[in-house]
Design a protein around this ligand. Structure first.
Ligand code: ATP
Ligand code: MG
Length: 348
Protein backbone atom coordinates (compact mmCIF):
# COMPACT_ATOMS: atom_id res chain seq x y z
CA UNK A 1 0.00 0.00 0.00
CA UNK A 2 1.47 3.33 -1.02
CA UNK A 3 0.00 6.50 0.46
CA UNK A 4 0.18 10.10 -0.68
CA UNK A 5 2.01 12.06 1.97
CA UNK A 6 2.30 15.77 2.60
CA UNK A 7 4.74 17.98 4.49
CA UNK A 8 3.45 19.61 7.69
CA UNK A 9 4.35 23.09 8.88
CA UNK A 10 3.56 24.47 12.32
CA UNK A 11 4.12 28.19 12.66
CA UNK A 12 4.09 29.87 16.07
CA UNK A 13 1.75 27.27 17.54
CA UNK A 14 1.29 27.89 21.27
CA UNK A 15 -1.30 26.35 23.58
CA UNK A 16 -2.87 27.73 26.70
CA UNK A 17 -5.34 25.76 28.83
CA UNK A 18 -7.44 27.88 31.18
CA UNK A 19 -4.83 30.60 31.50
CA UNK A 20 -1.85 28.23 31.78
CA UNK A 21 0.61 28.21 28.90
CA UNK A 22 1.56 24.56 28.31
CA UNK A 23 3.25 25.06 24.93
CA UNK A 24 5.44 28.02 24.03
CA UNK A 25 5.09 29.23 20.41
CA UNK A 26 6.49 26.38 18.37
CA UNK A 27 7.83 26.31 14.81
CA UNK A 28 8.23 22.93 13.21
CA UNK A 29 8.54 21.59 9.69
CA UNK A 30 8.03 17.92 8.88
CA UNK A 31 9.03 16.73 5.42
CA UNK A 32 6.71 14.65 3.28
CA UNK A 33 7.32 11.00 4.11
CA UNK A 34 9.46 11.77 7.12
CA UNK A 35 9.06 10.11 10.51
CA UNK A 36 9.43 12.80 13.14
CA UNK A 37 9.57 11.71 16.77
CA UNK A 38 8.48 13.97 19.62
CA UNK A 39 10.51 12.89 22.64
CA UNK A 40 10.37 14.27 26.15
CA UNK A 41 9.36 13.67 29.75
CA UNK A 42 5.78 13.40 30.93
CA UNK A 43 3.84 16.64 30.71
CA UNK A 44 6.23 18.40 28.30
CA UNK A 45 3.53 18.90 25.66
CA UNK A 46 3.98 16.01 23.22
CA UNK A 47 0.35 14.90 23.10
CA UNK A 48 -0.85 18.49 22.94
CA UNK A 49 1.38 19.09 19.89
CA UNK A 50 0.12 15.91 18.25
CA UNK A 51 -3.50 16.80 18.96
CA UNK A 52 -3.02 20.20 17.35
CA UNK A 53 -1.69 18.51 14.21
CA UNK A 54 -4.64 16.09 14.30
CA UNK A 55 -7.21 18.87 14.67
CA UNK A 56 -8.32 17.80 18.16
CA UNK A 57 -6.96 21.02 19.69
CA UNK A 58 -6.63 24.45 18.12
CA UNK A 59 -3.48 26.49 18.69
CA UNK A 60 -3.75 29.84 20.49
CA UNK A 61 -4.53 32.81 18.25
CA UNK A 62 -1.69 33.50 15.82
CA UNK A 63 -0.71 29.83 15.41
CA UNK A 64 -0.95 28.26 11.99
CA UNK A 65 -0.80 24.66 10.75
CA UNK A 66 -0.41 23.76 7.09
CA UNK A 67 -0.44 20.41 5.29
CA UNK A 68 1.49 21.16 2.14
CA UNK A 69 -0.11 24.32 0.76
CA UNK A 70 -3.38 23.79 2.64
CA UNK A 71 -3.94 25.86 5.75
CA UNK A 72 -5.69 23.35 8.03
CA UNK A 73 -5.68 25.45 11.20
CA UNK A 74 -9.46 25.74 11.25
CA UNK A 75 -10.25 22.27 9.87
CA UNK A 76 -11.67 19.64 12.25
CA UNK A 77 -10.03 16.20 12.44
CA UNK A 78 -12.46 14.50 10.04
CA UNK A 79 -11.51 16.91 7.25
CA UNK A 80 -7.73 16.67 7.71
CA UNK A 81 -7.19 13.14 6.34
CA UNK A 82 -5.12 12.01 9.29
CA UNK A 83 -4.83 8.53 10.75
CA UNK A 84 -4.33 8.45 14.47
CA UNK A 85 -3.40 5.77 17.00
CA UNK A 86 -3.95 6.66 20.64
CA UNK A 87 -1.97 5.28 23.53
CA UNK A 88 -5.00 3.28 24.67
CA UNK A 89 -5.73 2.23 21.03
CA UNK A 90 -9.43 3.10 21.66
CA UNK A 91 -10.64 0.07 19.67
CA UNK A 92 -14.36 -0.71 19.50
CA UNK A 93 -14.85 -3.72 21.81
CA UNK A 94 -18.17 -4.69 20.24
CA UNK A 95 -16.72 -4.97 16.73
CA UNK A 96 -14.52 -7.70 15.25
CA UNK A 97 -11.02 -7.09 13.96
CA UNK A 98 -12.44 -6.63 10.46
CA UNK A 99 -15.15 -4.31 11.80
CA UNK A 100 -12.59 -2.14 13.57
CA UNK A 101 -10.29 -1.85 10.58
CA UNK A 102 -13.17 -1.09 8.22
CA UNK A 103 -14.93 1.33 10.53
CA UNK A 104 -13.66 4.55 8.96
CA UNK A 105 -14.43 3.27 5.47
CA UNK A 106 -18.02 2.62 6.45
CA UNK A 107 -18.36 6.12 7.89
CA UNK A 108 -16.96 7.50 4.64
CA UNK A 109 -19.39 5.34 2.62
CA UNK A 110 -16.61 3.72 0.64
CA UNK A 111 -18.22 1.10 -1.67
CA UNK A 112 -18.40 -2.30 0.04
CA UNK A 113 -16.19 -4.13 -2.46
CA UNK A 114 -13.42 -1.50 -2.31
CA UNK A 115 -13.63 -1.49 1.47
CA UNK A 116 -13.41 -5.29 1.67
CA UNK A 117 -10.32 -5.32 -0.55
CA UNK A 118 -8.61 -2.63 1.46
CA UNK A 119 -9.38 -4.34 4.77
CA UNK A 120 -8.09 -7.65 3.39
CA UNK A 121 -4.88 -5.98 2.28
CA UNK A 122 -4.37 -4.46 5.72
CA UNK A 123 -5.18 -7.74 7.47
CA UNK A 124 -2.45 -9.38 5.40
CA UNK A 125 0.02 -6.59 5.95
CA UNK A 126 -0.49 -6.71 9.73
CA UNK A 127 -0.56 -10.55 9.84
CA UNK A 128 -4.09 -10.52 11.20
CA UNK A 129 -5.86 -12.50 8.46
CA UNK A 130 -6.39 -15.52 10.73
CA UNK A 131 -7.94 -13.26 13.37
CA UNK A 132 -10.21 -11.26 11.06
CA UNK A 133 -13.50 -12.36 12.61
CA UNK A 134 -12.47 -12.44 16.25
CA UNK A 135 -13.76 -9.94 18.75
CA UNK A 136 -11.13 -7.52 20.05
CA UNK A 137 -11.05 -8.99 23.57
CA UNK A 138 -9.63 -12.26 22.22
CA UNK A 139 -6.49 -10.58 20.89
CA UNK A 140 -3.09 -10.15 22.49
CA UNK A 141 -1.68 -6.69 23.17
CA UNK A 142 0.52 -6.79 20.08
CA UNK A 143 -2.38 -7.86 17.87
CA UNK A 144 -4.56 -5.06 19.22
CA UNK A 145 -1.79 -2.63 18.49
CA UNK A 146 -1.69 -3.82 14.88
CA UNK A 147 -5.49 -3.53 14.57
CA UNK A 148 -5.28 0.08 15.77
CA UNK A 149 -2.58 0.79 13.21
CA UNK A 150 -4.54 -0.92 10.41
CA UNK A 151 -7.64 1.08 11.35
CA UNK A 152 -5.66 4.32 11.14
CA UNK A 153 -4.24 3.37 7.73
CA UNK A 154 -7.51 2.10 6.23
CA UNK A 155 -8.77 5.55 5.31
CA UNK A 156 -5.54 6.24 3.39
CA UNK A 157 -4.49 9.23 5.47
CA UNK A 158 -2.03 11.90 4.29
CA UNK A 159 -0.49 11.96 7.75
CA UNK A 160 -0.06 9.28 10.42
CA UNK A 161 -0.11 10.38 14.06
CA UNK A 162 0.96 7.93 16.75
CA UNK A 163 0.81 8.67 20.46
CA UNK A 164 2.98 6.22 22.43
CA UNK A 165 1.60 3.29 20.43
CA UNK A 166 3.85 0.71 22.10
CA UNK A 167 3.74 1.85 25.71
CA UNK A 168 0.94 -0.52 26.76
CA UNK A 169 3.00 -3.58 25.77
CA UNK A 170 5.53 -5.57 27.78
CA UNK A 171 9.21 -4.91 27.14
CA UNK A 172 9.89 -7.92 24.92
CA UNK A 173 6.93 -7.36 22.64
CA UNK A 174 7.69 -3.66 22.50
CA UNK A 175 11.17 -4.37 21.16
CA UNK A 176 9.82 -6.71 18.49
CA UNK A 177 7.07 -4.32 17.43
CA UNK A 178 9.46 -1.39 17.37
CA UNK A 179 11.48 -2.95 14.61
CA UNK A 180 8.30 -4.01 12.80
CA UNK A 181 7.06 -0.45 13.06
CA UNK A 182 10.35 0.76 11.64
CA UNK A 183 10.01 -1.48 8.57
CA UNK A 184 6.37 -0.55 8.13
CA UNK A 185 6.91 3.22 8.30
CA UNK A 186 9.72 3.04 5.71
CA UNK A 187 7.54 0.88 3.48
CA UNK A 188 4.52 3.18 3.71
CA UNK A 189 6.53 6.34 3.19
CA UNK A 190 3.81 8.32 4.97
CA UNK A 191 4.50 11.55 6.89
CA UNK A 192 4.46 10.37 10.50
CA UNK A 193 4.57 12.11 13.84
CA UNK A 194 5.41 9.64 16.57
CA UNK A 195 5.17 10.56 20.24
CA UNK A 196 7.19 8.72 22.85
CA UNK A 197 9.05 9.24 26.10
CA UNK A 198 11.24 6.20 25.34
CA UNK A 199 14.57 7.25 23.92
CA UNK A 200 15.40 3.85 22.41
CA UNK A 201 12.16 4.02 20.43
CA UNK A 202 12.94 7.57 19.34
CA UNK A 203 16.44 6.59 18.19
CA UNK A 204 15.26 3.61 16.18
CA UNK A 205 12.22 5.16 14.52
CA UNK A 206 12.97 8.81 14.01
CA UNK A 207 14.43 10.27 10.83
CA UNK A 208 14.63 13.26 13.12
CA UNK A 209 13.89 13.68 16.80
CA UNK A 210 12.42 16.73 18.48
CA UNK A 211 13.46 16.79 22.13
CA UNK A 212 10.93 18.73 24.18
CA UNK A 213 10.85 19.81 27.79
CA UNK A 214 8.40 22.00 29.66
CA UNK A 215 6.51 23.12 26.58
CA UNK A 216 9.51 24.00 24.43
CA UNK A 217 11.74 22.47 21.82
CA UNK A 218 15.24 21.87 23.18
CA UNK A 219 16.73 20.42 20.01
CA UNK A 220 15.75 19.05 16.61
CA UNK A 221 18.15 16.69 14.88
CA UNK A 222 18.91 13.23 13.58
CA UNK A 223 19.29 10.52 16.23
CA UNK A 224 23.07 10.76 15.86
CA UNK A 225 23.11 14.53 16.25
CA UNK A 226 20.93 14.34 19.34
CA UNK A 227 23.10 11.63 20.88
CA UNK A 228 26.58 12.85 20.00
CA UNK A 229 26.00 16.59 19.79
CA UNK A 230 23.31 17.35 22.37
CA UNK A 231 22.48 21.06 22.37
CA UNK A 232 22.41 21.38 26.13
CA UNK A 233 22.32 19.50 29.43
CA UNK A 234 18.60 18.83 29.29
CA UNK A 235 18.99 16.96 26.02
CA UNK A 236 22.19 15.18 27.07
CA UNK A 237 20.69 13.96 30.29
CA UNK A 238 17.41 12.89 28.76
CA UNK A 239 18.88 10.95 25.84
CA UNK A 240 21.16 8.12 26.91
CA UNK A 241 23.52 8.11 29.87
CA UNK A 242 26.21 10.72 30.17
CA UNK A 243 29.17 11.28 32.51
CA UNK A 244 30.25 14.65 33.83
CA UNK A 245 33.86 15.64 34.41
CA UNK A 246 34.13 18.81 36.46
CA UNK A 247 37.43 20.51 37.15
CA UNK A 248 39.79 23.36 36.35
CA UNK A 249 40.80 24.47 32.88
CA UNK A 250 44.50 24.87 32.40
CA UNK A 251 46.64 24.90 29.24
CA UNK A 252 44.06 23.21 27.09
CA UNK A 253 43.45 20.51 29.70
CA UNK A 254 40.70 19.92 32.19
CA UNK A 255 42.23 18.86 35.46
CA UNK A 256 39.95 16.90 37.72
CA UNK A 257 40.15 14.67 40.81
CA UNK A 258 41.88 11.69 39.23
CA UNK A 259 43.95 13.26 36.42
CA UNK A 260 43.49 15.44 33.36
CA UNK A 261 41.94 15.15 29.92
CA UNK A 262 42.56 17.36 26.89
CA UNK A 263 39.70 19.79 26.30
CA UNK A 264 37.67 19.15 23.17
CA UNK A 265 38.24 21.47 20.23
CA UNK A 266 35.77 24.33 20.27
CA UNK A 267 35.58 24.56 24.05
CA UNK A 268 38.46 27.03 24.26
CA UNK A 269 36.43 30.22 24.29
CA UNK A 270 36.56 32.23 27.50
CA UNK A 271 33.14 31.43 28.90
CA UNK A 272 33.17 27.68 28.37
CA UNK A 273 32.14 25.79 31.48
CA UNK A 274 34.70 23.95 33.51
CA UNK A 275 33.09 20.67 32.82
CA UNK A 276 32.89 18.24 29.96
CA UNK A 277 30.76 15.20 29.29
CA UNK A 278 31.16 11.79 27.68
CA UNK A 279 29.11 8.64 27.08
CA UNK A 280 29.85 5.43 29.04
CA UNK A 281 30.81 3.53 25.87
CA UNK A 282 33.38 6.14 24.81
CA UNK A 283 35.83 5.48 27.65
CA UNK A 284 38.11 2.48 28.02
CA UNK A 285 40.21 0.90 30.73
CA UNK A 286 43.93 1.65 30.43
CA UNK A 287 47.08 1.00 32.41
CA UNK A 288 46.76 3.40 35.39
CA UNK A 289 50.36 4.57 34.82
CA UNK A 290 49.45 5.95 31.38
CA UNK A 291 45.72 6.58 31.64
CA UNK A 292 44.18 10.06 31.64
CA UNK A 293 42.29 9.41 34.85
CA UNK A 294 42.83 7.13 37.82
CA UNK A 295 40.13 5.81 40.13
CA UNK A 296 38.84 2.65 41.70
CA UNK A 297 35.97 0.27 41.06
CA UNK A 298 32.90 0.97 43.14
CA UNK A 299 30.68 -1.62 41.53
CA UNK A 300 30.20 -3.65 38.38
CA UNK A 301 26.96 -4.63 36.66
CA UNK A 302 26.96 -7.49 34.17
CA UNK A 303 24.51 -6.53 31.40
CA UNK A 304 25.02 -9.45 29.03
CA UNK A 305 26.85 -8.07 26.02
CA UNK A 306 28.68 -5.52 28.13
CA UNK A 307 29.65 -4.73 31.69
CA UNK A 308 28.97 -1.36 33.26
CA UNK A 309 31.61 -0.25 35.74
CA UNK A 310 31.03 2.43 38.32
CA UNK A 311 34.34 4.14 38.98
CA UNK A 312 34.94 6.43 41.95
CA UNK A 313 37.76 8.87 42.63
CA UNK A 314 38.40 9.75 38.97
CA UNK A 315 36.12 12.79 38.96
CA UNK A 316 33.90 14.55 41.51
CA UNK A 317 30.97 12.42 40.32
CA UNK A 318 31.21 8.63 39.97
CA UNK A 319 31.75 7.68 36.32
CA UNK A 320 29.91 4.94 34.43
CA UNK A 321 32.13 3.09 31.98
CA UNK A 322 30.89 0.37 29.61
CA UNK A 323 33.30 -2.35 28.58
CA UNK A 324 32.60 -5.18 26.17
CA UNK A 325 32.08 -8.71 27.45
CA UNK A 326 32.85 -10.11 30.86
CA UNK A 327 35.06 -8.11 33.11
CA UNK A 328 35.37 -9.15 36.71
CA UNK A 329 36.91 -6.53 38.92
CA UNK A 330 36.55 -6.51 42.69
CA UNK A 331 35.30 -3.45 44.47
CA UNK A 332 38.25 -1.19 45.31
CA UNK A 333 40.46 -2.33 42.40
CA UNK A 334 42.50 0.64 41.09
CA UNK A 335 41.79 1.34 37.41
CA UNK A 336 42.93 3.77 34.74
CA UNK A 337 40.45 5.34 32.34
CA UNK A 338 41.02 7.14 29.07
CA UNK A 339 38.39 8.73 26.87
CA UNK A 340 38.37 8.86 23.08
CA UNK A 341 39.28 12.46 22.21
CA UNK A 342 36.49 12.97 19.69
CA UNK A 343 33.93 11.71 22.21
CA UNK A 344 34.26 14.61 24.64
CA UNK A 345 31.22 16.86 24.65
CA UNK A 346 31.25 20.48 25.83
CA UNK A 347 27.82 21.72 26.91
CA UNK A 348 26.51 25.10 27.88
N1 ATP B 1 -7.29 19.57 28.28
C1 ATP B 1 -6.37 20.04 29.12
N2 ATP B 1 -6.69 20.94 30.07
C2 ATP B 1 -5.77 21.44 30.93
N3 ATP B 1 -4.45 21.09 30.90
C3 ATP B 1 -4.07 20.21 29.98
C4 ATP B 1 -4.98 19.63 29.03
N4 ATP B 1 -4.29 18.78 28.24
C5 ATP B 1 -3.01 18.82 28.66
N5 ATP B 1 -2.86 19.68 29.70
C6 ATP B 1 -1.58 20.00 30.38
O1 ATP B 1 -0.65 20.34 29.41
C7 ATP B 1 0.64 19.84 29.71
C8 ATP B 1 1.16 19.01 28.55
O2 ATP B 1 0.34 17.87 28.44
P1 ATP B 1 0.59 16.76 27.33
O3 ATP B 1 -0.52 15.77 27.45
O4 ATP B 1 0.80 17.42 26.03
O5 ATP B 1 1.95 16.11 27.84
P2 ATP B 1 2.77 14.87 27.28
O6 ATP B 1 4.12 15.37 26.92
O7 ATP B 1 1.99 14.18 26.25
O8 ATP B 1 2.91 13.96 28.60
P3 ATP B 1 2.80 12.35 28.79
O9 ATP B 1 4.14 11.79 28.41
O10 ATP B 1 2.55 12.22 30.25
O11 ATP B 1 1.66 11.86 27.95
C9 ATP B 1 0.49 19.06 31.01
O12 ATP B 1 0.92 19.89 32.06
C10 ATP B 1 -1.00 18.80 31.09
O13 ATP B 1 -1.42 18.72 32.43
MG1 MG C 1 1.03 12.31 26.17
Amino acid sequence: MKLASVPITLTQCAKTFRGTRVLEPLDLHIDAGETLVLLGPSGCGKTTTLRMIAGLETPDAGGRIAFGEDDVTALPIEKRQVGMVFQSYALFPNLTVRGNIGYGLKIKRVPAETARQRVDELLGMMRLTAHADKPIDQLSGGQRQRVALARALAVQPRVLLLDEPLTALDARLRDALRSEMNTLLRELGITTVYVTHDQAEAMELGDRIVVMSAGRIEQIGSPREIYYRPANRTVAQFVGTINRLAGERRDGMLTTTGGAVPLPAGSTHANSAHEIFFRPEDAYLADPAHAQLRGHIESTAFLGERTRLTVGGAAPDALLIDVAGRVELARGTPVGISIAQDALIALS
